[in-house]
Design a protein around this ligand. Structure first.
Ligand code: ZN
Ligand code: ZN
Length: 297
């Protein structure tokens, strides 16, 4: 058995990640390549969360007929690496208002260790496609004009309205990348994350997550490229005040990124006063202490 935990005088540390992609959706690498990378980077818990199939077929979701192979490969890897890392089966499930969510028939007869609820699409545009909130800016801009007459404030309000519908409907464990729309919204001069109206929207969403007893994902995917996690680090103090249980995830699409941005994020969370994050232990989400070196074993 390899030992990837490192020790200091008092503590033994490890990392974890529950938001990851692979060749079963839009990730660049096989599930096994991601597991190898996770082991070599000191992760002790790792969850697969391919983009769940949708009623229509974007290029980046898993196709329904691939799901059986996804589970078979997961089971194989779980056993093969049992002495080195604990693996979990999940999915990242889109909530699309009046179209698709975790109550879809697809999920009825299936068991997962956990599910992530995320929004990538908002309303249907006049061309019949759903508006993608993290599409490239030209596509985003088309939808903004088509659906909101170019008014970014209305669009962001609508995004949080849909987020509230998703959270209220529930059926999943973790709220994924809560404020991802802020990236594209940031291209418009009428928007920045310091605006009072925006801070109110995020605060209301956080309160709702608290009220509904959900876990909040701290998503580090854009940290190295854009310098911001989701939710933005300016909300960490509020997350602490509300005592919302958090899980830090890298949302990796490449094998090198399994714990990208974790050191700086763990440090910032600690500085904001947050003392624990949650981990799947014996099939239950439980609080675990951490510092900037990782989770404390
Ligand atoms: Zn996502
Ligand atoms: Zn993802």
């Amino acid at each position: 058995m390899k030992n990837n935990q490192h020790k200091d005088i008092k503590n033994t540390y490890y990392w974890s990640n529950y938001h990851s992609h692979s060749q079963f959706c839009d990730g660049k690498g096989s599930m096994e390549e991601f597991v190898d990378s996770a082991i070599s980077q000191g992760l002790k818990k790792y969850g697969f969360s391919s983009h769940a199939p949708l009623p229509f077929n974007p290029s980046w979701t898993m196709k329904v007929d691939k799901f059986a192979d996804y589970v078979i490969e997961f089971e194989r890897l779980k056993l093969k690496y049992i002495d080195e890392i604990e693996l979990f089966l999940g999915l990242e499930v889109d909530y699309i208002h009046n179209c698709s969510d975790v109550q879809n028939d697809f999920f009825k007869d299936k068991k997962f260790d956990y599910l992530i609820g995320s929004i990538h699409f908002m309303d249907k545009m006049s061309n019949g496609h759903y508006w993608g909130i993290d599409d490239e800016i030209s596509v985003f801009d088309f939808g903004l004009k088509d659906l909101f007459e170019g008014d970014i404030k209305s669009a962001v309000h609508r995004f949080f309205e849909i987020s509230a519908l998703m959270i209220n409907k529930g059926g999943f464990d973790l709220v994924g990348h809560l404020d991802k729309i802020a990236i594209n919204a940031g291209f418009y001069k009428e928007f920045n994350t310091n605006m009072n109206w925006y801070q109110t929207l995020v605060a209301e969403a956080l309160q709702l997550i608290k009220d509904r007893n959900m876990l909040l994902e701290i998503n580090t995917r854009s940290l190295s490229k854009l310098g911001v996690p989701f939710p933005n680090q300016q909300f960490y103090s509020l997350i602490n005040e509300l005592q919302i249980p958090i899980v830090v995830n890298s949302d990796c699409h490449e094998i090198t990124n399994v714990r990208d941005g974790f050191e700086v994020t763990f440090k910032a969370l600690k500085k904001a006063g947050i003392k624990t994050m949650h981990q799947l232990i014996n099939s239950k989400w439980q609080a675990v202490e951490f510092d900037e070196k990782g989770l404390i074993a």
